[in-house]
Design a protein around this ligand. Structure first.
Ligand code: COA
Length: 259
């Protein structure tokens, strides 16, 4: 693990770049410096050729229990406008490599918003999700009202955002927020398996699939289909497409080069 950071730890193993949120004494409450470290680490991994997939997880008994209330308590609107902290969050949407969120414990407020920025979410059975912001006299500001609504629909998003009630991983699975639930003790192992499976795939296929799926949230069906088709064609200029198809025909394991 790399200790150049104040609030996170990073490391690379088997082509997966891991970011560990590491303020367990405050349940990984996200302050602005921590968010900027997370985003910087993601960008570093995005540029690092040895990394194929990024994994985000939390140390201690939470993934993250929200934005740091102590940091926000005395802020006023003008300070927040000048701080422009959400520009860091916006950079997450520009990461090209897939991000797997492996969540456990509390996934609340900003922690939930960070989880919703991930491409795939695995949750351990003991995970509790929620948006407590309304009870604090604020509201989500890093995409919570938008991403949750797109994911689970108007009325369910309203329920969780307005009541602030917490819900368990089983509900998150039922609503499609997480892709799977695993026993607590298997979270790390199952995340590694998923990261390894993705890391073995040709880099360009992974990259363009991620891009196309993201477009599905932003474009009309016709525009999205056009964009998908262009990406499909682009892959036929890659060496890995020839290698993948030839290897299939020759009944051997493909040797992908990421080009
Ligand atoms: N910001 C700052 N500190 C936080 C925090 C947050 N969002 N969430 C937890 N902490 C701190 C607590 O203040 C506490 O610090 P202390 O030991 O110095 O008192 C420490 O983390 C442990 O939390 P604690 O409340 O003692 O744990 P718990 O198991 O009793 O309760 C929670 C866990 C998550 C239910 C509770 O901490 C909580 O409600 N946190 C706030 C969640 C929230 O509103 N998030 C949205 C913020 S916009």
């Amino acid at each position: 693990m790399n200790n150049q950071w104040m609030y996170i730890q990073t490391g690379i193993e088997k082509n997966a770049g891991t970011i560990l949120l590491n303020r367990p004494e405050v349940l990984n409450a996200l302050n602005t410096k921590m968010v900027s470290e997370i985003v910087q680490a993601m960008e570093n991994f995005d540029q690092d050729q040895s990394v194929k997939v990024i994994v985000l997880q939390g140390a201690g008994r939470a993934f993250a229990a929200g934005a740091d209330i102590d940091e926000m308590l005395d802020k006023n609107s003008i300070e927040l406008e000048l701080l422009n902290q959400f520009s860091d969050w916006d950079r997450i949407a520009r990461i090209k490599k897939p991000i797997i969120g492996a969540v456990h414990g509390f996934v609340l407020g900003g922690g939930f918003e960070l989880a919703l920025c991930c491409d795939i979410l695995l949750a351990s059975q003991n995970t509790e999700f929620g948006f407590p912001e309304a009870g604090l006299g604020i509201m989500p500001g890093a995409g919570g009202t938008q991403r949750l609504t797109k994911l689970i629909g108007h009325t369910r998003a309203m329920k969780w955002l307005l009541t602030g009630e917490r819900f368990w991983a089983a509900d998150a699975l039922r609503y499609g927020i997480v892709s799977s639930i695993v026993p607590d003790e298997l979270l790390v192992e199952e995340t590694e398996k998923m990261a390894e499976a993705i890391a073995k795939k040709p880099l360009l296929s992974v990259r363009l699939i991620k891009e196309s799926v993201h477009k599905a949230n932003e474009l009309s069906l016709t525009e999205g289909m056009q964009q998908e088709r262009k990406n499909f064609y682009i892959l036929f200029s890659s060496e890995d497409q020839k290698e993948g198809m030839r290897a299939y025909k020759e009944e051997r394991k493909a040797d992908f080069k990421g080009r």
